[in-house]
Design a protein around this ligand. Structure first.
Ligand code: FAD
Length: 333
């Protein structure tokens, strides 16, 4: 068993691809900053990629005390083998107490592999992180039993304590340009012939659009929209507002929209400034994906629909009448 007292500081993985940083890393720095202050330990961003020195500086402006930077050709494109090897090597060298990774496709891939190589535990797909007052151990919270229960999971006997955390759950701290910190440059090279996967093609999730988890305005439709054709009224409102179209799972199951638009527990967790829930009842699995939204506006013909209990503004009525009127009113502004 590891000597637990050798392990110090909280790490956050800053994921990027082709130099473009995913927001979730910076979001995690905000919760990690709070935990690091509580534990009185350092907060270190781990930045891996190509041409990502700016991301290391930005991570410090978003709350990290310092950053470890591995910047080289091998990491321009995500590769499970190279990323898992590099992160494992860094953990073995520096021994962090906790390591947080965004639950993106790549984060979900690499996180468990690193944990396995280090013979430690990992809690996947968390929606909250805190510290157990009595033991100082990190408490990783994640939905279970179809989102009906929240499980609190701890890893008391192994280090680092690892978890993947859903994008959109935490808000980034304000960008503070006055923050300074050391950027430690590490050289870790991985022979190309050891990489067992090959990238054949890249397909953008939503052609020409913004991904749901990065969107500031989302207009989501549910079963109440009635048909694939009628989704045109949702798309028009989204277009006028410069937003992205989302939907409930019922809509995906009915084949009205592709799964990439689904919001909720088995879809995307989102954190827009403005979220429209139109013809969506507000099932717990849908609400699990929208809790970090700043403002929720619900439109539903049923005044008792559960969505109204989480909405900041609610309109009771027929969406087929209300949505085109809203679109007209916003277009006129
Ligand atoms: P409904 O519940 O059928 O609601 C339709 C609403 O539209 C009603 O409130 C109705 O009053 C209103 N309406 C109807 N006509 C009109 C009209 N003309 N004008 C105004 N309002 C109207 N769901 C998700 O959304 N995302 C997930 O990620 C997700 N994951 C799940 C994971 C698991 C393991 C399980 C078991 C379920 C999951 N679900 C998820 C499904 C979830 O339980 C609900 O079934 C689903 O969210 C319902 O979608 P809905 O609100 O569009 O449909």
């Amino acid at each position: 068993m590891a000597n637990l007292s050798d392990y110090k500081n909280i790490w956050v993985f800053i994921e990027s691809e082709h130099g473009k940083v995913k927001n979730v890393g910076y979001e995690l720095l905000s919760v990690a900053r709070k935990l690091a202050d509580e534990k009185k330990c350092g907060l270190i961003a781990v930045v891996l990629g190509k041409n990502v020195e700016k991301a290391a500086k930005d991570a410090i402006c978003y709350g990290a005390d310092s950053a470890i930077l591995v910047d080289s050709d091998e990491y321009e494109e995500f590769s499970t083998d190279a990323y898992a090897a590099a992160l494992t090597e860094l953990v073995e060298k520096y021994k962090p107490e906790a390591f947080m990774i965004g639950a993106t496709h790549n984060g979900r891939d690499v996180g468990p592999r690193v944990a396995c190589r280090l013979q430690t535990g990992l809690t996947a797909d968390c929606t909250d992180i805190s510290i157990d007052e009595d033991t100082g151990v990190i408490v990783w919270t994640r939905p279970t039993f179809g989102g009906n229960l929240m499980a609190n999971i701890m890893c008391p006997d192994h280090r680092p304590q690892m978890g993947t955390v859903r994008p959109g759950v935490f808000k980034k701290n304000p960008y503070d340009e006055s923050r300074t910190g050391e950027i430690i440059k590490e050289e870790i090279h991985f022979a190309k012939d050891k990489i067992r996967t090959r990238l054949i093609d890249r397909v953008e999730e939503i052609a020409g659009g913004v991904a749901l988890d990065e969107a500031e305005i989302i207009v989501s439709g549910g079963r109440g929209v009635g048909s694939a054709e009628n989704f045109a009224i949702i798309e028009e409102l989204a277009k006028v507002l410069g937003g992205v179209v989302g939907c409930s799972r019922a809509v995906v199951d009915a084949g009205w929209m592709p799964q990439v638009h689904q919001v909720g527990q088995s879809g995307k967790t989102v954190a827009p400034k403005l979220y429209f829930a139109i013809g969506i009842s507000g099932a717990i699995q849908h609400l699990a994906g929208i809790s970090a939204s700043d403002t929720v506006i619900a439109i539903n013909k049923d005044p008792d629909a559960p969505i109204f209990s989480v909405a900041d503004y609610g309109i009771v009525g027929n969406l087929n009448e209300i949505v085109p009127e809203l679109t007209k009113a916003f277009a006129a502004r």
